[in-house]
Ligand binder design. Structure first.
Ligand SMILES: [Zn+2]
Length: 222
């Protein structure tokens, strides 16, 4: 068996195990074979959060993390490694943003909040990157995944009080390619906005590297 065959078998095996552990059924109505069925996607209740940060010029989150489908969806996506659900969450994300921003309102570069290499290996994918590709596709904005990197490994922010979150994430990111962002409007993407420490830290290093206005979009507000 060569390497690419081995990778393919592993991914089939992973899917098989995930299907047993987490059978695919709609988180909203229980309908089989879909994570979030189209009728539940259309019925999603928005709870729009808009704010201004310190380095973030605007923060937009169309849903509340208390919404059952959002909460369970993000949990499965992030902690149970169910990558498929990312597309459904991305669709819901775009449905929400669409009501707040017009398609040709502005040009921007989409940057997902990066994961550290170690965390990426654990999870197999970056959840923010999947959401960013959905947003980029919809608004026809380019997605850059090699501009911002997470150079320092940090413990998860979940469970830390606000001040510790800021310290924990400090100097965790670096800009790898300043030319790509110079004077450009950036849309940062993450799954949940809680205290905003992570996104603010990203925005800080991007601005120090010469980026223009920075907006942060998250699927939900925690
Ligand atoms: Zn449903």
């Amino acid at each position: 068996m060569n390497f690419s065959e081995a990778v393919r078998y592993l991914s089939i095996l992973k899917k098989f195990i995930l299907d047993i552990l987490f059978p695919v059924e709609c988180l909203g109505c229980g309908k089989e074979k879909e994570w979030i069925c189209s009728s539940c996607q259309d019925k999603m209740k928005m709870d729009i959060f808009v704010a201004r940060g310190v380095f973030l010029d605007k923060i937009i989150a169309p849903y509340s993390y208390d919404e059952k489908i959002i909460k369970q969806g993000i949990h499965l996506f992030k902690y149970k490694f169910v990558e498929d659900i990312g597309r459904d969450l991305g669709k819901i994300f775009v449905n929400g943003l669409e009501k707040l921003i017009k398609k040709n309102d502005f040009e921007a570069i989409v940057i997902p909040v990066p994961l550290h290499k170690k965390r990426l290996l654990e999870r197999g994918f970056n959840q923010a990157e999947i959401l960013a590709s959905c947003v980029g596709n919809f608004f026809s904005w380019g997605v850059e995944t090699n501009v911002l990197s997470r150079s320092r490994f940090t413990v998860p922010q979940v469970g830390l009080p606000k001040e510790e979150r800021m310290n924990n994430i400090k100097e965790a990111f670096e800009v790898l390619d300043k030319n790509k962002i110079f004077n450009k409007k950036i849309v940062l993407i993450d799954d949940v906005f809680t205290t905003g420490a992570t996104m603010e830290e990203c925005a800080k290093v991007l601005k120090e590297a010469g980026a223009g206005e920075i907006w942060g979009f998250t699927l939900a507000k925690g």
